[in-house]
Design a protein around this ligand. Structure first.
Ligand SMILES: CC(C)(COP(=O)(O)OP(=O)(O)OC[C@H]1O[C@@H](n2cnc3c(N)ncnc32)[C@H](O)[C@@H]1OP(=O)(O)O)[C@@H](O)C(=O)NCCC(=O)NCCS
Length: 182
């Protein structure tokens, strides 16, 4: 990932959602998702301590300031926060950029993650200039894999997480981003 080229917008809009760069004041949101076992089940396997959430938000803020990419917090146009998503340097695959997304359970199943992911990919390719973006999920995370597929990402391989949990990697390249234009 070239540092100098990276600069994602601070705010984004999708058809039904508005997103803004995540901030220190969003700690309550981070705690809400980090203590929800339904959300954590497919991320870390267990709910997070306050200190873990604090460090996570710190890393997210640092990523924006040092790399110019990161997560946006998304809200419905009416105002309610639905979740977050965005782009980040992959902590698991050296040199790769990952797209990630998390929604509060009350908003699952309404196509929001797909909407967020399509926009994050579009910005990654068309605004920031990445050539390739990957997505990683637990093999059994059917909803997340479906989001990747609906966005036009292609399955590449199975690869266990460091803790041994089976995982899968999908990817999209700039040359094959036609599904984002439709
Ligand atoms: C994964 C997650 C982001 C999906 O969000 P979402 O807004 O519900 O996703 P979408 O509505 O855009 O799409 C979900 C798709 O998966 C499908 N799906 C969901 N659960 C499914 C299941 N158990 N079996 C088969 N398909 C399933 C939905 O039907 C939908 O596909 P469709 O539009 O073809 O019907 C959300 O469940 C979440 O936040 N989970 C916890 C965090 C997480 O796992 N994040 C991803 C980490 S890799």
């Amino acid at each position: 990932m070239k540092r100098s080229a990276v600069r994602a917008p601070q705010t984004v809009m999708t058809e039904r959602l508005r997103g803004r760069r995540i901030q220190i004041v969003d700690f309550a949101y981070v705690r809400e998702i980090d203590t929800d076992s339904r959300v954590m089940q497919t991320l870390f396997g267990t709910i997070q301590t306050e200190q873990q959430s604090r460090l996570r938000l710190q890393r997210w803020l640092q990523m924006w300031s040092e790399r110019g990419i990161g997560f946006w917090l998304f809200s419905e146009l009416a105002g309610a926060t639905v979740g977050h998503g965005g782009l980040f340097p992959s902590p698991r695959e050296a040199g790769e950029v990952e797209v990630g997304y998390v929604l509060k359970p009350a908003y699952w199943g309404r196509g929001f993650a797909t909407e967020i992911t399509r926009e994050a990919l579009r910005i990654g390719f068309d605004v920031v200039g990445f050539e390739r973006i990957i997505a990683i999920a637990q093999t059994t995370n059917v909803a997340s894999r479906r989001v990747m597929e609906k966005c036009g990402m292609i399955f590449e391989c199975e690869r266990p997480f460091p803790d041994g949990v089976p995982g899968v990697r999908y990817a999209m390249t700039k040359a094959n981003d036609a599904p984002l234009k439709s």
